[in-house]
Design a protein around this ligand. Structure first.
Ligand code: ATP
Length: 239
């Protein structure tokens, strides 16, 4: 593929204070791709997403998005470049309604004329949110709050959606709904980088993946290749 990747990470070392968490990470997401990062707890998966969003100090390496050097940008500029990040643990504003939460997602596009249409598309994706549009987000179920968190990110109409453990702690049926939504979001043209501890699910929805072990990429390949890989099966799929 001669095309430039949408997201290009090369030789990234990053961490917190003195502690380096990521060691020489190389990772790419091409336009229109659905890519996952899998791996055990504390492998550093969330740290990769936070590094992209400029929420951890980059120690060294290359972080480029759509031709922009992310290292020169502050965290608050990242959404304006077309990257939306749904962090782990669904951070909704509990005392605000569903619609208000969604509108907050459009903060960099406050004056866009098509905000009602954007919201309408989110309600098509998550019909349960339409029924509950006036309800305080803090009173929603965990799954519904996660829908709000994802919907809020989509209000930006991002080029790249970063999803951190979106199915964590949700009932299997809700996880399925969520993953159906991701497939639809991807089909509508949004590139996705998904972090998941549920490896089976991740490889089901994403086309390609990276395995992260103790801050290093140990394996990468198509989801079919990773699914068939004996090491992946033994370590993550319990087979
Ligand atoms: P999890 O699913 O548990 O979040 P993960 O693979 O996403 O796992 P990270 O959250 O990226 O892992 O954490 C990687 C390492 O970085 C861990 O050892 C963690 O303790 C450390 N770490 C994460 N955030 C901070 C922080 N703000 N300050 C110091 N260390 C941190």
């Amino acid at each position: 593929n001669a095309a430039q990747p949408l997201l290009e990470i090369k030789g990234l070392h990053a961490g917190y204070g003195e502690i380096e968490v990521l060691h020489a990470i190389d990772l790419q997401v091409f336009e229109g791709e659905f890519v996952c990062i899998i791996g055990a707890n504390t492998a550093g998966k969330s740290t990769i997403l936070r590094a992209i969003s400029r929420l951890v100090p980059r120690v060294s390496g290359t972080l480029r998005f759509a031709g922009t050097d992310l290292a020169t940008r502050a965290a608050h500029e990242v959404p304006t470049l077309g990257i939306a990040h749904v962090p782990e643990g669904r951070h909704v504003f509990p005392d605000m309604g569903v619609e208000e939460n969604l509108m907050l997602g459009a903060f960099t596009a406050r004056h866009a004329a098509d905000l009602p249409e954007r919201m309408e598309r989110i309600f098509e994706l998550f019909p349960r949110l339409r029924e509950r549009r006036g309800q305080l987000a803090g009173t929603l179920s965990g799954g519904e709050q996660q829908m709000v968190a994802v919907g809020r990110a989509l209000m930006l109409q991002p080029k790249l959606l970063l999803l951190d453990e979106p199915s964590h702690g949700l009932a299997p049926k809700v996880v399925e709904e969520m993953h159906d939504a991701f497939t639809k979001i991807h089909r509508s043209g949004t590139s996705i980088l998904l972090v998941e501890q549920n490896v089976g699910l991740a490889l089901d929805v994403a086309a390609r993946g990276y395995v992260l072990e103790s801050g290093r990429i140990s394996l990468q390949g198509s989801s079919a290749e990773l699914n068939a890989n004996p090491a992946v099966r033994a370590a993550y799929l319990g087979i």
